[in-house]
Design a protein around this ligand. Structure first.
Ligand code: DX5
Ligand code: ZN
Length: 235
């Protein structure tokens, strides 16, 4: 599937709960992915951390390649690394469909966003809670996805910062309705509704999802909450 069709498809099927594999049982990665698929997941979120841009280390290219071999689902790779430009092509070759990097790592993001699009992937920018929307405003026309962090990047299981809601509302006003607006960190039954009302249509969920015994009802109920709260301008 071309990236244009993938983006159009994601926009049409949204709102989507997007499992963040960071919180899954890595000893049974393929099984966890299968369970997420069976539960209705339409896209997977992969958190790459380098122990430098963020204090934590997660996984890198070999794991993304292995995930690519085990699923047909689109892979949304969130690069929490210092020099994303050095690795973007390698992640694309490993199977990433969407590649998102931090404005705090690349203050002049336009060339890298263009490069990612030229690789045939969707290009995304993200910003940590302390970073204002004004920092990314100029590059928004080059983004297929904008990811608002609800927590400081680096760890799962943190509490959602409601300041993210203002950012979502602001960004939703600034981008065309086709641009995917994602929120990551602290998304659960309490926070998904307000995020949907603020304009988000992709909801990255780690701890709240993988702590369930059964992922299907959780994804179903969360999607229902997002639908009932969603900003009509997005649909
Ligand atoms: C945090 C990561 C998130 C994380 C979200 O740095 O970007 O994707 O897995 O996890 P929860 O849902 O546990 O906040
Ligand atoms: Zn993430």
């Amino acid at each position: 599937m071309s990236v244009a069709s993938l983006l159009a498809d994601l926009h049409l099927t949204a709102p989507l709960v997007e499992p963040s594999l960071l919180a899954c049982d890595f000893a049974h990665l393929a099984d966890e992915i299968r369970r997420a698929e069976d539960a209705g997941a339409k896209i997977l979120h992969l958190d790459v951390m380098d122990g430098h841009f963020v204090p934590n280390l997660s996984f890198g290219l070999p794991v993304v390649e292995a995930i690519r071999r085990t699923t047909q689902l689109p892979l949304d790779v969130h690069l929490m690394i210092s020099e994303p430009g050095r690795y973007a092509k390698a992640f694309r070759d490993a199977g990433a469909d969407l590649i998102t990097f931090h404005i705090e790592a690349v203050p002049q993001p336009a060339p890298l966003l263009e490069e990612i699009r030229a690789m045939g992937a969707g290009a995304g920018i993200t910003l940590n809670p302390p970073t204002p929307v004004s920092e990314i405003e100029e590059c928004l026309p080059l983004c297929d996805l904008v990811l608002v962090m609800g927590v400081m990047a680096g760890f799962g299981g943190q509490q959602f910062d409601p300041m993210a809601l203002d950012k979502l509302r602001r960004i939703r006003q600034l981008v065309p309705k086709e641009t995917l607006l994602s929120v990551d960190g602290g998304i659960d039954y309490d926070t998904i509704g307000p995020c949907a009302a603020a304009g988000a249509n992709l909801f990255v969920t780690g701890t709240a999802l993988f702590s369930q015994d059964d992922y299907g009802p959780f994804i179903g109920e969360m999607t229902g909450l997002a639908k009932s709260h969603r900003d009509v301008r997005v649909s």
